[in-house]
Design a protein. Sequence first.
Length: 247
Amino acid sequence: MVYTRLRHAFQSLLPSSCLCCEAPGCGNVDICAGCFRDLPRNEHACTTCALPVTVGQRECGRCQDQPPPFSRLVAPWRYAEPVDGLIQALKFRGQLPAGRLLGTLLARELFRRHATADVIVPLPLHRQRLRERGFNQATEIARCLPQRLGIPLRHDILRRAGGTIRQSQLGRRQRVTNIRGAFATTDSARGLRIALVDDVVTTGSTIEEAARTLLRQGAVSVEVWAVARATLSPRDRHTGETEKETP
């Protein structure tokens, strides 16, 4: 992993090139103007959970009926090409420059939206998963935010309390059960407006459990800042709308 970081540090000194198509980068960022224009904007989204809604609708039905514990989820892009490929390159192939690019793009978008918080907290991995992967993808994305937003990054506020089955292998109802009690925090969350950072949000079970844990320990509010929002499958959408007990 040390070698990987040194290699990526050396590559960062070279002229930028697009991580999507290898064309010259634009403005010292590893994405070209064409691929930047092709990023799938998450337009017409719920103002609370960022799921797609019809034009003119502010909140989705689920957020109206069962408001989540977090106050807002900001996810500027949909989980589609080329954003999904960049996230997978970071998460599963250890391509850290993809994390830097995603973090830079997210920081710009948050700055444009005047997003604010007292602290930025990357969604933590369990230590066993962290050892296996060698890095936390949420941390790699979050590294780019403090300089642009002027908000400190904190790793001591939230931790993973126990191992879980990979959420990507489960449906929404199973994810809710699997993730319950998975996080722990201390009084260091008390009185803070916290921004949780993650790469992609699917059913929202993980971030809801993390937000609820922070609020129980006295956080004033929790926002979620993610690169992308994945669309729920019909099965998960139905389960999310009918399930009365959420994490």
